[in-house]
Write a protein that binds this ligand. Structure first.
Ligand SMILES: [Zn+2]
Length: 188
């Protein structure tokens, strides 16, 4: 089915499970064996199924008993954009949320965009998802000095050179960060 191959994409939901989207309907994995995957429509009690091999549909039974999830999928796309910015940037999370909403409002304003903006969850209801994304790349903020642990990649520069020169706990906590080069220059 050539048309089915063209109109298929994969997304990741907030539990990091993969979803398949076909004609604005969302599918979830029912079972898989090697490169073969059996998907069922994510709407409960809907009989629609898709089989894929290496992510290419081999059988499509799109006998849905409900309307498509078009609006929900568009909302998911906006949330995904926010989440990937939370992961890739250090911009404050409420700012990312606001900026993405402003982008939607800046587009041609019609009933469709209006409806989409109305369906975006409030900051309060999606902030946990967004902060979770940020915590995947950044450690949680410490609440006391004892909580501060600096290890692994956080002790190195982006080129892998040592950056944490001292971590002294004898008289209060003292952390010294520097590349090797700077102290050498100071000594000279
Ligand atoms: Zn369905």
């Amino acid at each position: 089915m050539a048309h089915a191959q063209l109109d298929i994409r994969f997304t990741t939901n907030r539990l990091a499970n993969q979803n398949l989207v076909h004609n604005s309907y969302k599918f979830q994995i029912k079972s898989s064996r090697g490169d073969r995957c059996y998907w069922k429509c994510s709407t409960r009690n809907c009989p629609a199924t898709i089989d894929t091999y290496n992510n290419i549909p081999t059988k499509v039974d799109d006998n849905h008993n409900h309307h498509s999830d078009r609006m929900q999928l568009r909302v998911d796309d906006v949330l995904e954009r926010m989440k990937s910015r939370c992961k890739d940037e250090l911009t404050a999370i409420p700012t990312i949320y606001e900026e993405e909403l402003v982008k939607l409002r800046d587009r041609e304003w019609n009933d469709d965009t209006h409806q989409l903006v109305e369906h975006i969850p409030t900051f309060y209801s999606c902030k946990h998802q967004l902060y979770n994304e940020r915590h995947k790349t950044l450690p949680a903020l410490p609440t006391s000095v004892a909580d501060i642990t600096v290890d692994g990649e956080w002790t190195e520069t982006i080129t892998g050179q040592p950056f944490l020169l001292a971590d002294d706990n004898t008289n209060g906590r003292m952390l010294v960060f520097s590349t090797q080069k700077v102290p050498e220059q100071l000594i000279i």
